[in-house]
Design a protein around this ligand. Structure first.
Ligand SMILES: [Fe+2]
Length: 215
């Protein structure tokens, strides 16, 4: 290759590279897949809907089950954090029982478990909860079992509301969960938290970001 040809080749290469980098920067991220609300969105009023689900205001006990922390950010499709998003979440207790009058599961209610929380994302789009690993439960009238999951409603004016369910990586019940079985691998990955190392207090930590769409 002559020097002039080489310069031209390098120039083309450089243009190609920078275009690819710009392309990567503007590429919109996949939004978090939505999932059905399910029948157990809480209907019983609850005074305590803070970020610590392992304790209930006015009670001295601690929720039964494996205590975990789940945290992350609410982001738009360009990965900009979104402040002031309502993060509304609910889940089954360690026995797989919802604190809901229509839940037919005969398992006990845990009076020290706060089954519902409503939070606002912080200035970095951040949220964090302390909770317990949700229990498994049978789907009424079937022999199917729901794997561990947390239900989330994510909403803010100017954005499309997101209703979804978050899964835990490598949970043994994921493989037979009827809702996961309907998903593509990519969708399941977008709905599954990442396991991080334990907190300094030895609490297992999971990270999960929500990607929502501007209207
Ligand atoms: Fe559920």
């Amino acid at each position: 290759m002559k020097p002039t040809e080489r310069r031209s080749f390098i120039k083309k290469l450089a243009i190609g590279t920078s275009a690819a980098v710009i392309g990567a920067k503007v590429q919109a991220q996949d939004i978090t897949p939505s999932e059905m609300e399910g029948p157990y969105y809480p209907i019983t009023p609850l005074d305590d809907k803070d970020a610590d689900l392992t304790r209930v205001k006015g009670k001295s006990g601690v929720a039964k089950g494996e205590i975990i922390e789940v945290f992350g950010q609410v982001l738009d499709q360009n990965l900009n954090p979104i402040e002031g998003v309502t993060v509304d979440l609910w889940q089954a207790n360690t026995y797989g029982k919802y604190h809901h009058p229509h839940d037919p599961n005969p398992k006990p209610i845990d009076e020290n478990f706060q089954p519902w929380a409503i939070l606002k994302s912080g200035s970095k789009g951040d949220y964090k909860i302390k909770t317990i690993m949700p229990g498994l439960y049978p789907i009424e009238g079937t022999d199917m079992i729901r794997t561990a999951h947390i239900h989330f409603k994510i909403s803010k004016n100017g954005y499309k509301s997101l209703l979804t369910q978050m899964y835990f990586p490598n949970h043994p019940a994921n493989a037979d969960d009827p809702l996961i079985l309907e998903r593509t691998e990519k969708e399941t990955a977008l709905m599954t938290a990442k396991k991080l190392k334990d907190s300094p207090e030895g609490i297992p930590q999971y990270q999960f970001n929500f990607i929502i769409q501007k209207i």
